[in-house]
Ligand binder design. Structure first.
Ligand code: PMV
Length: 325
């Protein structure tokens, strides 16, 4: 199917999708299908801006640094196969937040890339198709193709939007930037190691299936008190597979644990601060707008040197007017 446009380039802005319920592990490594179901929120204010242009060969530059194209080859090959195209693309991408540091930059990066290249090849292409293509690059990117609240069932080819971005207007995400340095092991490598070596991996997959429908229903009710324990359970069980891998994977820094304990203490004082972490040292706290200033104050007192960003559910990828890159 060829729908090619004459448009030569496109600039897209996309945001990372942060998981409340985690994807961790692949049921099909080649197709990059998730072994566990996940639920995530696309975050406002954190953005990846990517210009995709038709070119002689594929190339990707992130924050002015050319990246190893091998990481992108399965994505570009799947894109060409789906659209029956021979086109290659050069891509320039810039994040306004730390890259490869556990802030889901690969989710916004591949979402922007799939949206941009997909729209160049067929302006009418559906978001489900774009989500499936983004998944080849990074499974969490399949979620970042949609704004608002997004689910991604295990073994599925694409994610699904469950609630639009303004569904829960009081919800906020306090991002505690513990470290700006890139992680030493990619989430891809870490989840494969967990799958192959953690004695808890199978249980993790089974347990995630049990949590998923309960979390979906707590979310549908906008009930943070019920949703919070599922958020906590999901990330801690995910890390249990990392701590029990061979060799173990340790993304946490001492400050991560300080932030976790702050949340625990706040909950004892009836402040709904529910933290999560990804493949990195950063801690992200889900809470309600009314508690943001208290939570920020507690974290700043305990960790005066960390950066704090406040986010909320935001929109999916969109084409923007091209700036000079
Ligand atoms: O999509 P990847 O390969 O970057 O993996 C993301 C994994 C987590 O961020 C830890 C969890 C998630 O669901 O986003």
């Amino acid at each position: 199917m060829t729908h090619g446009t004459s448009q030569e380039n496109i600039t897209v802005q996309a945001s990372p999708n942060l998981a409340l319920i985690k994807y961790w592990g692949k049921s099909d490594v080649e197709k990059n299908l998730p072994a566990t179901p996940s639920i995530g929120i696309t975050l406002k204010n954190l953005t990846t801006t990517t210009t995709v242009a038709r070119s002689e060969k594929d190339s990707v530059v992130v924050n002015d640094i050319p990246v190893d194209i091998e990481r992108f080859t399965p994505f570009f090959d799947s894109l060409r196969e789906y659209f029956d195209s021979k086109d290659c693309f050069s891509c320039y991408s810039r994040n306004n937040f730390p890259t490869s540091a556990g802030l889901a930059s690969s989710s916004s990066g591949f979402a922007a890339l799939a949206f941009g290249a997909g729209k160049l090849l067929d302006p009418g292409v559906s978001l489900d198709i774009i989500s499936g293509l983004a998944r080849i690059g990074s499974a969490s990117a399949a979620r970042a193709v949609f704004g608002g609240f997004v689910s991604f069932p295990s073994h599925a080819e694409h994610a699904d939007k469950i609630h639009e971005e303004h569904f829960w207007p009081e919800l906020r995400i306090v991002v505690v930037e513990i470290s700006k340095t890139a992680k030493t092991i990619s989430s891809r490598g870490a989840m494969e190691r967990a799958r192959l070596t953690s004695p808890f991996y199978r249980e993790w997959c089974l347990d995630s299936e049990k949590i998923f429908p309960k979390a979906l229903s707590a979310l549908a009710n906008k009930d943070l008190e019920s949703l919070g324990p599922f958020i906590r359970s999901s990330y801690l069980k995910m890390f249990a597979t990392m701590f029990s891998s061979e060799p173990p994977i340790l993304y946490w820094k001492p400050e991560s644990l300080v932030a976790i304990r702050c949340c625990e203490e706040m909950r004892l004082k009836s402040i709904g601060a529910w933290e999560t972490m990804d493949a990195g040292a950063q801690v992200k706290i889900f809470c309600l707008e009314k508690d943001v200033s208290k939570i920020t104050q507690v974290i700043k007192e305990a960790l005066p040197h960390v950066g704090i960003l406040i986010s909320e559910p935001g929109p999916g990828p969109k084409e923007i007017l091209q700036k000079t890159v």
